[in-house]
Design a binder for this molecule. Sequence first.
Ligand code: ADP
Ligand code: ASP
Ligand code: MG
Length: 411
Amino acid sequence: MSLIVQKYGGTSVGSVERIQHVADRVIGYRRQGHDVVVVVSAMSGETDRLLGLAREIRPDADGRELDVLLSTGEQVTIALLAMALESKGCPARSFTGAQVHIRTDSAHNKARIQEIDGARVRRDLADGRVVVVAGFQGVDEMGNITTLGRGGSDTTAVALAAALNADECQIFTDVDGVYTTDPRVVPNARRLERITFEEMLEMASLGSKVLQIRAVEFAGKYNVPLRVLSSFEEGGEGTLITLEEGDMEQALISGIAFNQNEAQLTVEGVPDQPGVAHRILGAVADANIEVDMIVQNVGADATTDFTFTVHRNDFDKAMRIVGERARELGAREVKGDPRIVKISIVGVGMRSHAGIASRMFSALAAEGINIRMISTSEIKISVVVDEKYLELGVRALHDAFGLEHAPQEAS
Ligand code: ADP
Ligand code: ASP
Ligand code: MG
């Protein structure tokens, strides 16, 4: 007998019928002899609806009250799922994050889980119940409700699996696994049988929202076997997220991620002196705005240009701050463009193969796509391009790297 933690996302519990279906699934696993802990998200659209209500009353709403509000979405689904299980004859109990002691720090809206006391869950499992836990929420030391950031139910599931030493953590969603890229953008994207924690972490960080970044971090750190599966189709193997092994698929790159939430700022003609990068980017950081890619070019006339990207929601604020600093520094001009996207190719195969970047750039050039910024790390290459080239760019790269075909097994 094994212990499985299963997480069902918003669309998987998006209606009463879907909740009934999840209950049937869970009962199926129980019948096979497994103990099951279920983590659920709010019904699809609910978290956005609640955010909308808050913004009507307070446009800059954040922090404590927002967490009190947003956590209600998950409280609805845990109760409904527990009722569905009970009505089908399966003993079940629902719990909020606080009730199972999911202790977090106090960073409202993006709290981090610090510890989980699994005793309560274990007691109910030992009594033969299915335990249903609200995703996305926790409680800080003072008893305040916290939430873990969008998509945070994935992290609740992985953290519970780690705390309970579960045999597997299964993330049920509306796709049947992790694909080479978002199947909504590239119809011939291919499901991966396996992907390494490291690659999955890059994919998630670079915009693939199929798993929350922190969930992957947690799973890697505590070596939790993690699988992504469809809640709509029966019997698939999904995608296993695992440690790197010698006999894994030998692909040059494993996947393509993209991020549509970035905006670009450029400060031109800054006097080229020590400290200017700090004066400009330090002011942005002081305003709590995260800077992603940064490029600095030195011009011939003793001036320099800075280009960097921020989250689109921070674009107006960043433009104001940078505009003020640029005036103080005597810079020539500040330009901004919120209509850009970042496309990234990811793969551990890059470590041992040269020429990947040039293949990427030539595929984009062949489609007439201009690259505005480039950044690389050991297992990824990212480019910033105009928003209108998103689909064309992702598809061109998917073709150029032959991602629709499974790579040969290594001998
Ligand atoms: P849930 O509500 O179940 O948490 P999400 O919407 O958060 O589901 O994540 C699933 C979605 O992630 C899919 O519908 C798909 O469009 C998107 N997605 C993005 N990149 C990928 C990828 N590489 N593989 C699979 N799905 C992806
Ligand atoms: N309901 C939350 C969200 O929409 C958490 C989750 O679904 O994982 O982001
Ligand atoms: Mg999600």
